[in-house]
Design a protein around this ligand. Structure first.
Ligand code: DAU
Length: 340
């Protein structure tokens, strides 16, 4: 199949593109705007392959998207392009609405006009909002609470409206917290691992008792591919790893793997509007034939090891634009918590 993957130089996108090209035998055009977290190094190994093409550009650029879809006779589109970090959505909400809502709108409209046969929207379990008990099913009402999750919910619902209105064959995945190699070090796991390697404090928000369901990136990408090929048009599929943990437990586990002291943890001011817990019911995607395969302890240890042995990848990032972001996000918090 000829597939356009957007955001394919990002974390999940790059693993997905590699899977589709190398394991799936598909032809892939990778459209990525290469904003702060898009990284050409993530897909360098694919350069030169006949079935792979990289295009630098934005999903909101209508003429470009229109041209690409027709020029490459694209049959399927997977939208993995997004602004994804909750903390940044608090600093700059506008960029989230632009990419996650408006960009998705441009991409899906052009895909429909070009007669694309299948469109998958990569969404998130955060659209359900904070779930204190039980787990969200696909029919639950959406209750996003951050500019990030509200923007993702906008893109998610916009995509689904194309099935209802136009019978355009859309499927949506709502994945849980994903971890693995190549994740930009603003996110919890790579931030804590790389800080710990450098004996820097780990800024744990609030009481550290928030809960997330951790999903290995290879399992997440397998689910996206499976739903893309097998999912029923107009349907949503929750995708979770089945590894619900408190943040503090994960932080302690990472420190133990690195043989670093627990006193690197600093309890800092909480994220505004911090969702306490996410949990998804994955019965529907399991019925479709997907299930997670990576036990959390194995995946987390391998991830810690990847950051330990790929320092040049993340040191380059952490020495750039990231420093100003880190200071803005954590400078005062860490001082208030008793020093950097
Ligand atoms: O649930 C899926 C979502 O998971 C994705 O849609 C998002 O793109 C992804 O960023 C992630 O959202 P979270 O807000 O849960 O991920 P994050 O890595 O930012 O934080 C995970 C937990 O760790 C959360 O409870 C906040 C906490 N945390 C995070 C950071 C960056 C800290 O305690 N300290 C930190 O410095």
């Amino acid at each position: 199949m000829k597939i356009l993957v957007t955001g394919g130089a990002g974390f999940i996108g790059s693993h997905l593109v590699r899977r589709l090209v190398v394991q799936g035998g598909h032809e892939v055009v990778n459209l990525d705007a290469l904003k702060y977290s898009g990284n050409p190094a993530n897909v360098k190994d694919l350069e030169g392959k006949a079935s792979y093409r990289f295009v630098h550009g934005d999903i909101a650029d209508q003429p470009l998207v229109e041209r690409l879809l027709r020029e490459h006779r694209i049959e399927g589109v997977i939208n993995a392009a997004a602004e994804t970090h909750v903390d940044r959505s608090i600093l700059d909400p506008g960029s989230f609405a632009r990419t996650d809502v408006v960009g998705t709108g441009v991409l899906i409209e052009e895909s429909r006009r070009a007669g694309v046969l299948r469109f998958l929207q990569v969404s998130t379990d955060e659209v359900y909002g904070s779930v204190e008990t039980g787990s969200s099913t696909e029919d639950d009402q959406l209750a996003p609470r951050s500019p990030y999750s509200a923007s993702k919910a906008g893109g998610d619902l916009l995509a689904l409206s194309y099935w209802t209105t136009f019978r355009f064959p859309v499927v949506v995945t709502r994945g849980s917290n994903t971890y693995g190699p190549n994740q930009y070090p603003e996110k919890f796991i790579p931030l804590f691992v790389t800080n710990a390697i450098d004996d820097q404090p780990l800024p744990l928000y609030g009481d550290g008792r928030q809960r997330r369901d951790w999903l290995a990136v290879e399992d997440h990408c397998a689910a996206i591919e499976h739903v893309f090929l097998q999912g029923e048009p107009g349907h949503v599929y929750n995708v979770g790893g089945g590894n619900e943990r408190e943040n503090i437990t994960v932080a302690e586990q990472m420190l133990a793997y690195l043989n670093k002291p627990r006193n690197l943890i600093r309890f800092v001011h909480d994220r505004p509007g911090h969702d306490r817990r996410y949990a998804v019911d994955c019965g529907k995607v399991r019925q479709l034939g997907w299930k997670p395969t990576v036990p959390f302890d194995v995946g987390l240890r391998a991830t810690v090891e990847w950051y330990r042995t790929n320092e040049s990848w993340w040191r380059k990032i952490k020495s750039g634009e990231f420093r100003a972001y880190y200071e803005e996000m954590y400078g005062k918090r860490l001082l208030d918590a008793g020093g950097k």
